[in-house]
Design a binder for this molecule. Structure first.
Ligand code: IDP
Ligand code: MG
Length: 158
């Protein structure tokens, strides 16, 4: 158990379809702490860096084009095992195969336009947060009053 930070992107289809509030509410209601949040149209060059591990894949060019075509919401979320928790909430990459109850499973029908990105490991989270929140002043250091009720502090946060 470790307190982790993860990069989440609400992709252009989430913004265009008016699902920002719905998806954000799921993360808030889960108990994840919001550390940063911004709406931006982000240049292709940034997504080329972000999706660098996929650069040889056939869908890479289309993916970069889609992600830079319209605004995204970038979030930094924090919590115990936040990376795995967020990945579970997102569901499988192909929204048609994603389990009901997950964001993609409940809200999407596409493999590529799949609403949400979440870092897949601690190393990815560090790398991706540096790309989207390199300016540390955008990270809000605060203590939600709910933390001692979301967690058992003695067992999970000490
Ligand atoms: P993930 O977002 O579930 O981690 P990745 O395998 O890291 O999935 O792929 C990054 C993104 O690239 C996916 O979220 C999706 O938008 C797109 N993508 C992945 N595989 C395919 C594919 O086979 N066809 C079209 N788009 C894909
Ligand atoms: Mg991925």
């Amino acid at each position: 158990m470790a307190v982790q930070r993860t990069l989440v992107l609400l992709k252009p289809d989430a913004v265009q379809r008016g699902l920002v509030g719905t998806i954000l509410a799921r993360f808030e209601q889960k108990g994840l702490k919001l550390v940063a949040l911004k709406l931006r149209q982000i240049p292709a060059s940034t997504f080329e860096k972000h999706y660098e591990p996929h650069k040889e894949r056939p869908f890479f060019a289309g993916l970069v084009k889609y992600m830079s075509s319209s605004p995204v919401v970038a979030l930094c979320l924090e919590g115990v095992d936040a990376i795995e928790v967020v990945r579970g909430m997102m569901g499988a990459t192909n929204s048609r195969k994603a389990a009901p109850g997950t964001i993609r499973g409940d809200l999407g029908m596409s493999f590529s336009n799949n609403l949400v990105h979440g870092s897949d490991s601690a190393e990815s989270a560090t790398r991706e947060l540096a790309i989207f929140f390199g300016d540390k002043s955008e990270l809000c250091e605060w203590s939600p009053v709910t933390t001692p009720w979301v967690y058992n502090v003695a067992e999970e946060l000490s």
